[in-house]
Write a protein that binds this ligand. Structure first.
Ligand code: LLP
Length: 403
């Protein structure tokens, strides 16, 4: 399926101004269909890792197409419930949180994964065998696109280290815990199917210890393409491997284990665009800076992870190609792309930054007291404003004048 056309994007920039995030609901549906097809021979459940993008309209769309919702905070869970997702379709994988948040999750009736011995002990004392729970483990596997988004290695804060299995089992016994699932998320942007199958091997070895297990949660982390040459996770191959894995387990244990995945980027990265207007062109030696009306306050991925995001000049698609270094308007170095070949850029042109759906708006801020951008959702060919751009009052909201 094609990306949104330059004409569509330009019309949205014209109507709603820039900077603006644009999301294509069809693209999300298409990505979900691909997952369903790839895993059709297996018993797999998908939870959208909504930390990638929590606009309630996106949550609603994702739930409507049949995908469940994975949350990393109690407020994400409340947003999912707010849009009408049933509690049993909501998963909450906590990290570093106070036990009261887990209690709240239990009171909401959602699925809970626990990632510390300390909270597991408190959970046992509070609920014993009454509430099923999953355990997030740290398998000591190095995986993912870069260290900042790698979570399964032996120096990571995430999950209970696998070498503490004895302590986990002691707690399970002491409180008669109902361990319904195991969870491992090794990182984001994992290209290799082998990493997921390594996780499957870790689960296999643990199964005999947890007789009430029903699901094995392998987290998210599927790699998407940022440029044409990018190698992405081979979803079809992974689906086939998971089906084989489940058949083997069934033969061995005489029971079925459902696999869970928590894709974030896979569902929403490519659906999103950040549209921004060129404020100034500046020649400096051999470099031409194109200074745009957005910055690291709106899309931090290029600066934080050295992420590559494709950029196109949608206002002048037939212009001659020249090299530009695209920079933001924040009082700090915020380079979106260095020496990118773009169709001739003029002040006032609108640039589209691609792969902006995941961890774009969601990680935005009001740094430099600038407004957060608007958000638009294209649904069945129609563009809907789904979040207003901030205004001055938003900068003052919650501030308390005392002088
Ligand atoms: N499940 C868990 C437990 C996670 O921690 C994450 C992401 C996911 C699922 C979804 O991973 P995904 O499918 O989106 O790769 N801000 C960074 C990514 C941080 C990912 C945090 N955890 C970035 O923009 O690259």
């Amino acid at each position: 399926m094609q990306a949104l056309s330059f004409e569509t994007l330009a019309a949205i920039a014209n109507t709603h101004g820039t900077p603006v995030y644009v999301y294509d609901a069809d693209k999300i549906s298409q990505q979900f269909r691909q997952l369903k097809t790839a895993f059709q021979d297996s018993d797999t459940r998908f939870f959208y890792a909504c930390k990638a993008l929590t606009n309630i309209n996106v949550l609603k769309h994702v739930a409507a197409i049949g995908c469940d919702i994975d949350c990393s905070s109690i407020n994400e869970a409340k947003l999912a419930l707010h849009v009408g997702v049933a509690p049993e379709r909501v998963l909450y994988t906590s990290n570093g949180i106070h036990f009261s948040e887990i209690q709240e999750a239990v009171s909401l009736g959602i699925n809970v994964n626990i990632d510390s011995l300390s909270n597991l002990e408190k959970f046992g004392a509070a609920y014993g065998h009454d509430y099923p729970v999953g355990i997030r483990l740290r398998p000591n596997i190095m995986a993912g696109g870069n260290l900042k988004i790698s979570t399964g290695h032996d120096n990571s804060k995430f999950g209970i280290p696998i070498d503490q299995l004895d302590q986990i089992l002691d707690l399970v016994k002491k409180y008669n815990l109902y361990i319904r699932g195991l969870h491992i998320h090794t990182g984001s942007e994992i290209k290799e199917v082998a990493v997921f199958m390594q996780v499957a091997d870790v689960f296999s070895a643990l199964l005999p210890h947890f007789p009430e297990l029903a699901f094995l949660d392998m987290g998210g982390g599927f790699k998407v393409a940022y440029k044409d040459s990018d190698h992405i996770t081979h979803i079809d191959e992974l689906g086939a491997e998971i089906a084989r894995f489940q058949k083997n387990l069934e033969a061995q244990y005489g029971k079925k284990f459902q696999c869970w995945f928590e894709p974030g980027k896979y569902l929403v990265s490519e659906c999103g665009y950040l549209l921004s207007t060129v404020n100034v062109l500046k020649q400096s030696g051999n470099t031409v800076f194109a200074g745009i009306d957005t910055g690291l306050n709106h899309l931090i991925r290029p600066m934080m992870y050295d992420a590559y995001h494709r950029i196109e000049n949608i206002s002048n698609p037939d212009g001659a190609l020249h090299a530009y270094t695209v920079t933001g308007n924040i009082c700090e170095t915020d380079t979106f792309g260095t020496n990118r070949k773009l169709h001739e850029v003029r002040e006032g042109d609108v640039l589209a930054i691609y792969n902006a759906g995941a961890y774009g708006f969601e990680m935005s801020s009001n740094y430099n007291a600038r407004y957060k951008p608007a958000e638009v959702l294209v649904l069945e060919g129609e563009a809907h404003l789904i979040r207003k751009r901030d205004e001055f009052a938003d900068l003052l909201r919650n501030q308390i004048p005392v002088l």
